[in-house]
Design a protein around this ligand. Structure first.
Ligand code: UGA
Length: 439
């Protein structure tokens, strides 16, 4: 990157999105100041320590810090005065009843109005309901009417576990603004002329992100619905998904049936989009169906266990996996955590194990006991449930698991185990929609 294209960037929020942006922008050569209220986190980041599990993040953080291009601050006064572009990367939680909570986002706009004296562009990088960028623009004018700022909606499409890769090599760059020059300047930050870039109005950029996540969620719920029918008619969902996915109009990704989608994005964003649609008088039936199917999938394991074991009460269940997907440490809205909660509610004893969970995490339901590994979790268990498909679980010695267990039931909530291996260990295999291979 040429000297002239280096920008001074302030980032508000050193969470998952803010941090990945900060390290990647610093890697490109920009000067980045990152602001977060969490003093402990800021201190750790300034000494090169990352709290989340994300490939390449520690290395890029170290590189940015060493080059003097990246610093973390606990106040907007420190972080924002030099910035020409400020990116807001704060959380936008959604309450199922009330809808999205924009308090943190608007407070970040307030910090920009007050402290980012040189800022020309305000970028909304957080995932927000359509219409939020306009609200941010209005809030900025209300607080600092004397000075104009161009608002740009620039949604991110990072997948946890490969966020740095997604940021460094995006499939597309989406920028929306009323000010097309500002949009182009934000897209240009990444210095990626070969990446397809969609320049639009603010609302379309916001909707592109919301609709993308909603589509992925709906695709997962679709295949889970089909999985139920597969179980009923004796078809195998994995074979069906393989056959479907070979049609490029359908595509093979996000067709893995199981206990449903979770994490901090898909469930929350889907709820936010439903709330947004309803606030405009539209009932988005595909989206509400996707939510309903997902909730049904979460209940499936406890219902299945109650049926197969007679009741859950007093039964010990080994739960393999707690995080919402492998290779992360994220427990937010995890299907595995929901399953643990339902099993406890039904009176079962849950012994869980997860390579990224070490105890004390607030998301883990009260009563869940943690074991060091799958074999210890299986000791005395009537059933084993695989809820997160970590490699460590797919490579288990199932004869050893069978020796440790008291019962024989194995519920594969992610369809990643080999039913033949399970059966060879004299265990009973149940997958999700694997009617013909369940035996
Ligand atoms: C999701 C999107 O995939 C990203 O593109 C988006 O940028 C991000 O949200 C965001 O809004 O920031 P992520 O939350 O990391 O990324 O989760 P995914 O990898 O999409 O997985 C979501 C859930 O769906 C997981 O629980 C996973 O186990 C489940 N899933 C995924 C399935 O059940 N079946 C599948 O075929 C795929």
């Amino acid at each position: 990157m040429t000297e002239s294209r280096k920008q001074k960037i302030g980032i508000i929020g050193a969470g998952y999105v803010g941090l990945v942006n900060a390290v990647c922008l610093a890697e490109i050569g920009h000067r980045v100041w990152c602001f977060d209220y969490d003093a402990g986190k800021v201190e750790r980041l300034n000494s090169g320590v990352v709290d989340i599990l994300e490939p390449d993040l520690p290395e890029l953080l170290a590189g940015g810090l060493d080059a003097g291009r990246l610093t973390f601050h606990t106040t907007a006064e420190e972080a924002l005065p030099e910035a020409e572009i400020v990116m807001i990367c704060v959380d936008t939680p959604t309450d199922p009843q009330i809808g999205p909570d924009l308090t943190r986002l608007m407070s970040a706009v307030g910090s920009v109005a007050e402290h980012a004296e040189r800022a020309e562009i305000l970028v909304l990088r957080s995932t927000v309901p359509p219409g939020t960028s306009i609200l941010a623009e209005e809030e900025f004018s209300r607080l600092n009417g004397s000075r104009g700022i161009s608002v740009v909606s620039h949604p991110e499409f990072f997948q946890e576990g490969r966020a740095v890769e997604d940021c460094r090599r995006p499939l597309r760059i989406v920028v929306g603004s009323r000010d097309k020059d500002a949009a182009a300047r934000v897209a240009g930050l990444w210095n990626m002329p070969d990446v397809p870039t969609v320049v639009s109005d603010l609302e379309s950029a916001e909707m592109t992100k919301q609709a993308s996540n909603a589509f992925l969620a709906a695709k997962i719920s679709f295949i889970n619905d089909i999985a139920r029918i597969c179980d009923a008619v004796g078809a195998d969902i994995d074979t069906v998904a393989e056959g479907m996915g070979l049609d490029p109009r359908i595509g093979s990704r996000y067709l893995k049936a199981g206990v449903g989608f979770g994490g901090s994005c898909l469930p929350k964003d889907l709820r936010a989009l439903v709330a947004s649609a309803r606030s405009h008088g539209w009932e988005p039936r595909t989206l509400t169906a996707a939510i309903e199917v997902n909730e049904t999938q979460r209940r499936l394991v406890s219902e299945l266990l109650a049926e197969r074991l007679g009741s859950l009460s007093g039964k010990t269940i080994a739960l393999l996996g707690l995080v919402f997907k492998p290779d992360t440490s994220d427990l937010r809205d995890s299907p595995a955590v929901a399953i643990a909660g339902l099993l406890i509610e039904g009176g079962a004893t849950v012994v869980a194990t997860d390579p990224a969970v070490h105890g004390g995490e607030p998301e883990i339901p009260v009563g869940v006991r943690l074991a060091d590994d799958a074999y210890s979790a299986a000791a005395g268990a009537m059933a084993v449930v695989l809820a997160t498909e970590w490699d460590a679980f797919t490579a288990l010695d199932w004869s050893r698991m069978a020796d440790a267990m008291e019962g024989t039931l194995v519920v594969d909530g992610r369809n990643t185990l080999d039913p033949v291996i399970i059966r060879d260990a004299d265990l009973d295999y149940v997958g999700i929609g694997r009617g013909t291979v369940a035996g």
